[in-house]
Design a protein around this ligand. Structure first.
Ligand SMILES: [Zn+2]
Ligand SMILES: [Zn+2]
Length: 364
């Protein structure tokens, strides 16, 4: 082994946690301390490299004003999912490596003195994938912003829905979009989506593209399906800059591309324009859309355990237990409907019919 290749190998080995790193675009060797000072933008080619959610938070929110939400929320493994490793151990590894509970942080803070609700996704946590926790945290953030009349900024960086949670992660797309609908169309508040590299899959297909204003970083990869999938399906060669922020801006999907160092000033300018907008009805939500503040975690846990204990002891129906809890009216009404026997019977018969015709159709 020549001395040069030995040095090269050594520097590769020390990349993680070392002093130096390499730009994935142009290969320039970068001193990490200076790179951080430069918001992780390559000195040689101006590529916007990956940033953690904490670094992004520091670059956007005034020091000392951040109030995090739902920091302890973490995922369970509803499907007992297993590939080369179990989902549970993948989660644990990611939590250990990043110090985060899941791939998004949410909360409120001041941006140049203007209060905002902010959610930042972290690509380092399982590729920024969106599971139940991301969906729940973002929905709670949006509902809080709706109640408080706060402006909302979501910074997206995601590989899409988290396959380990199957359909439960896909339904988060609809859940977040529904919360955003109330926020934007009923409370008339402004939501700014910030797309960073990469923003793909289910995140693009839901809240990333729903922004009143959609901003992106230069040369960010933004798309739904991967390039190869589209090329193979269409049997066509795609243009070189396909799925980059610039290409999308040209085709009208984005509003603005902003270099990272100007993001905070640009957001400040937009927010201060909007502050006096005539259309917003701050904090006034129509009656039907009145949102309930989520119970705090301790109370939630207390109710859950109470239900568990009573279920085991008395074997009574959940319906009766839930009536005792004033805050769960919504679930109570749904259970009333389900427990309404004639209706349930109809429903079962209806399902059976559908199932039969389905079987006939496919010759099962
Ligand atoms: Zn420096
Ligand atoms: Zn570079």
């Amino acid at each position: 082994m020549s001395i040069l290749s030995w040095i090269e190998q050594k520097s590769f080995e020390e990349e993680e946690g070392g002093l130096w790193t390499r730009c994935y675009q142009c290969g320039a060797v970068l001193y990490i301390k200076h790179l951080k000072e430069n918001h992780h933008v390559c000195f040689a080619c101006d590529s916007h490299l990956q940033m953690t959610s904490r670094e992004r938070l520091q670059s956007l929110i005034d020091p000392g004003t951040w109030q995090p939400f739902d920091e302890t929320l973490s995922s369970i493994d509803p499907l007992n999912f297993y590939d080369q490793k179990s989902y549970v151990s993948r989660l644990k590894d990611a939590q250990f490596q990043t110090g985060l509970q899941d791939s998004v942080i949410t909360g409120t803070g001041l941006l140049e003195g203007i209060p905002v609700a902010l959610g930042i996704m972290d690509f380092n946590f399982m590729g920024g994938s969106m599971g139940s926790v991301v969906g729940e945290k973002l929905t709670r953030l949006i509902e809080y912003a709706t109640c408080e009349g706060l402006m909302l900024i979501l910074v997206c960086a995601s590989g899409g829905a988290r396959m380990h949670e199957g359909i439960l992660s896909l339904m988060q797309m609809a859940k977040i979009s529904a919360a955003l609908n109330v926020y934007q169309n009923k409370a008339h508040l402004m939501y700014i989506a910030v797309l960073t590299s990469p923003t793909t899959g289910g995140v693009t297909a839901s809240f990333a593209m729903l922004g009143d204003l959609i901003l992106a970083e230069p040369n960010a990869l933004i798309g739904f399906a991967g390039r190869r999938v589209i090329e193979q399906t269409l049997q066509e060669k795609l243009p070189e800059n396909f799925q980059t922020a610039e290409y999308l801006l040209e085709h009208g999907l984005l509003d603005l591309i902003i270099s990272r160092e100007f993001f905070k000033p640009a957001l400040f300018e937009i927010l201060s324009f909007y502050k006096d907008a005539p259309l917003k009805i701050q904090g006034k939500i129509p009656k039907n859309f009145m949102l309930k503040r989520p119970l705090n975690l301790l109370t939630e846990e207390k109710f859950r355990r109470q239900l568990d204990v009573e279920k085991k002891k008395k074997k009574i129906y959940i319906k009766q237990e839930i009536t005792q809890i004033p805050d769960l009216n919504f679930s109570k009404n749904i259970l009333k409907k389900i427990n309404n026997l004639p209706q349930q019977k109809k429903f079962t018969e209806f399902n059976q019919k559908i199932f039969q015709s389905f079987n006939q159709f496919y010759n099962f």
